[in-house]
Design a protein around this ligand. Structure first.
Ligand code: PGA
Length: 258
């Protein structure tokens, strides 16, 4: 049962990372759609690798499941070998895009400076950005969690017009909780998400009430209910547990308003 704030629709997004070929994705979606078809009041998204996007847009047409990409370049086109732009995604019918996932930051050199351009570029193209932020274990132990979150949120939103802040989804993903099985405690999650909403409120109190803030990091069917019931948790960004249709559908159920 979700306790999302007034006017904020709970949102469950499955980040497949580099998993599932097109045929595996087709098999997954055929198993997922009947499991979520009767769900009301929850936004559901799958975030497959680029090569699966077209097939997933086609297979989810007319359903409640939206399709998001996992990254994009800020420019609309140009000499950027290996990159994909927002217009390429929107033409396919992709709804949004994950930006600044910690794996992109750590393994592929994604910077806050690049995200300053990517977030408004996504909005301008009509994509819903999911901006990911979160601290390492060392940063948490050193008492640096808020400093890190403040930096990442302020930088990522720096070039977003105040009136559009509420269109950006922010995912709090403590890096020590990603893929580790070590989910944040409800207290840790609520504290960080409340802090993130307060950072948005520093720019616009009104927009902060619209902003959906997600928790990510070892979310599973078994722990989703407790996390989603927290006042500032508007949903979840799910990695490993989103690869299985039954497990993912159970998390969607946990987000369904009573
Ligand atoms: P996880 O990944 O659910 O496997 O911990 C979450 C994420 O990286 O988005």
């Amino acid at each position: 049962m979700s306790a999302t704030g007034p006017g904020r629709t709970p949102f469950i997004a499955g980040n497949w990372k580099m998993n599932k070929t097109v045929s595996e994705a087709e098999e997954f979606i055929a198993a997922l759609l009947p499991r979520v078809s009767s769900v009301q009041g929850v936004d559901v998204a799958v975030c497959p690798p680029y090569l699966d996007l077209q097939a997933m847009v086609d297979s989810t047409r007319g359903s409640r499941v939206q399709v998001y990409a996992q990254n994009m370049h800020h420019a609309a086109e140009g000499a950027f070998t290996g990159e994909v732009s927002a217009p390429m995604l929107t033409e396919l019918g992709v709804h949004g895009v994950i930006l600044g996932h910690s794996e992109r930051r750590e393994l592929f050199g994604e910077t806050d400076r690049a995200l300053q351009l990517k977030v408004p570029a996504a909005l301008a193209a009509g994509l819903v950005p999911i901006l990911c932020v979160g601290e390492t274990e060392e940063e948490r132990e050193a008492g640096d969690t808020e400093r890190k979150l403040r930096h990442q949120v302020q930088e990522g939103l720096a070039k977003v017009d105040s009136g559009r802040l509420g269109d950006v989804v922010i995912a709090y993903e403590p890096i020590w909780a990603i893929g580790s099985g070590r989910v944040a405690t409800p207290e840790q999650a609520q504290e960080a998400l409340g802090f993130i909403r307060a950072l948005v409120a520093d720019r616009s109190r009104e927009q902060a009430q619209r902003t959906r803030v997600l928790y990510g990091g070892s979310v599973k069917a078994e722990n989703a209910g407790e996390l989603l019931a927290l006042p500032d948790v508007d949903g979840a960004l799910v990695g490993g547990a989103s690869l299985d249709p039954a497990g993912f559908a159970a998390i969607v159920d946990a987000a369904t308003p009573a």
